[in-house]
Design a protein around this ligand. Structure first.
Ligand code: NDP
Length: 453
């Protein structure tokens, strides 16, 4: 197991002590500190002024009550969060997650990762994350709207296009962003388009934002494959999830000639050996808001098409050459990784945030599998959010082609910067170390320039 350098170990111990009961946050901090030993060995000045300690402590954490009324007239109470982690690079930027598993530790892990991810894009955005333990599943449009309005009624006072700019994440798509933006506009009496990203195209949204995270991970993974002289063409691919990130990963992989044979949701996974019919997945998920098992009912079982219920198997049992976990954190375990390696996987690109456990990452790296960590591989979403902010600020609107071409360039630059940083710090081919160090250095420099704040 990689170790934390002796000089950094006390920082980790203090993070664990001060943030008790937040294992995902500890996991995210640990991974970064494991990489930074190589930096402080070369540049001990980064240990001055508690720079690394400061990066591990959010600038501000907001927790609030969200009362709302359901369709039966009952008052429901949820908890809302916004962790404004670092504004060294620009306004806090990061999505909102609505899922019953949300707690402050999950939001902190996501906000912490976001700092480095956003720095890697090379765009002027700081790191933050927010959300609620609200479960949107099975709720009517009216209930979703009333929840979003109540959530924004507290959150709006902490936001602004130069302060904090949320976007979507799990459970927060175009519908929710619309309700949130509407309430922000009403409360502030300002049409401040740049205060939220992931907006609808008819009120300040950017073309290609919806596709950006999935497309971006595909560009990143393609760049990793190219370092081994190969690409997606003809490869068998498994993509977990069937939400925003998964759907547009499947779309781009198919365009690049890959055959995606499985995808999933929290109820289980489907396999279609001939290649997933993406129009059908979109119909089920984007239009009907249904369950992935409907795919098998609509397509007909047999001929390589089947559904495996959650708990009765893992999507990672399906053999593939490229795996792209795109559902949620810690969804791919050490055991799953061993199975994937045994089945011949050659590259893994994380579409979700921290979907692979530390043991899984170790297994991939020891087996020589190219591994793209989420903070680099899924940065295309936030990068395109920053492009949406640019368009809003200049009251301009770019074509799909122009936006996607900027995205593709950004993803290749992120890949190259992770690759060359890993080499520079004596860990060739290790994208985890490359991403952590390249992201850290970009944030550390402005922090130092600002003095002790
Ligand atoms: P969506 O809500 O659109 O989709 C999430 C998908 O993952 C759904 O298929 C969902 O299934 C599944 N899922 C969620 N939680 C679980 C769970 N506990 N167990 C099994 N399956 C689960 O979210 P996104 O596609 O936007 O986000 C997916 C991941 O990508 C997250 O980690 C997110 O943080 C990350 N990400 C998203 C970005 C974006 O631009 N949207 C940007 C960067 C990262 P079900 O419907 O059954 O819940």
């Amino acid at each position: 197991m990689p170790q934390i350098d002796d000089k950094l170990a006390p920082i980790y111990e203090e993070v664990v002590r001060r943030n008790a009961g937040e294992p995902e946050f500890h996991q995210a901090v640990r991974e970064v500190l494991e990489s930074l030993g190589r930096v402080v060995a070369k540049r001990p000045d980064y240990l001055e002024d508690a720079l690394i300690e400061r990066i591990c402590e959010p600038e501000r954490q907001i927790i609030f009550r969200v009362p709302w009324t359901d369709d039966k007239g009952r008052v429901q109470i949820n908890r809302g969060f916004r962790v404004q982690f670092s504004s060294a690079m620009g306004p806090y930027k990061g999505g909102l997650r609505f899922h019953p598993s949300v707690n402050v530790g999950i939001i902190k892990f996501l906000g912490f990762e976001q700092i480095f991810k956003n720095a890697l894009t090379g765009l002027p955005i700081g790191g933050g994350k927010g959300g609620s333990d609200f479960d949107p599943k099975g709720r009517s449009d009216g209930e979703i709207m009333r929840f979003c309005q109540s959530f924004m009624t507290e959150l709006y006072r902490h936001l602004g296009e130069y302060t904090d700019v949320p976007a979507g994440d799990i459970g927060v798509g175009a519908r929710e962003i619309g309700y949130l933006f509407g309430q922000y506009k009403r409360l502030t009496n300002r049409y401040e388009a740049g205060v939220l990203t992931g907006k609808g195209l008819f009120y300040g949204g950017s073309l290609a934002r919806k596709e950006a995270t999935g497309y971006g991970n595909t560009y990143f993974t393609q760049a990793m494959l190219k370092t081994g002289g190969t690409d997606f063409d003809g490869k068998t691919v498994v993509v977990s999830g069937s939400g925003n990130v998964a759907i547009y990963t499947i779309e781009k992989v198919q365009e690049f000639g890959g055959r995606v044979v499985a995808c999933s949701d929290s109820s289980g996974y489907i396999v279609d050996e001939a290649g997933i019919d993406l129009d059908l997945v979109k119909e089920i998920k984007e239009v009907r808001r249904g369950r992935i098992s409907q795919y098998v009912r609509m397509k007909g079982e047999g001929n390589g098409v089947y559904f495996v219920k959650s708990g009765e198997g893992s999507i990672w049992d399906v053999a593939c050459e490229v795996a792209m976990p795109s559902a949620t954190q810690n969804e791919l375990t050490g055991k799953d990784a061993k199975k994937l390696v045994a089945n011949g996987v050659t590259a893994v690109g994380e579409g979700a945030n921290m979907p692979c456990t530390p043991e899984a990452i170790r297994t991939f790296q020891q087996a020589g599998v190219k591994f793209g960590p989420g903070k680099a591989a899924n940065a295309g979403g936030v990068a395109t959010s920053a492009l949406e902010m640019q368009q809003n600020a200049s009251r301009d609107r770019w074509s799909f082609e122009k936006t996607e071409s900027r995205l593709a360039t950004i993803m290749r630059d992120i890949h190259d910067s992770c690759y060359s940083t890993a080499e520079e710090f004596g860990a060739p081919g290790d994208y985890v170390i490359g991403a952590n160090i390249a992201g850290f250095i970009r944030v550390a420099e402005p922090m130092r320039a600002f003095g002790v704040i």
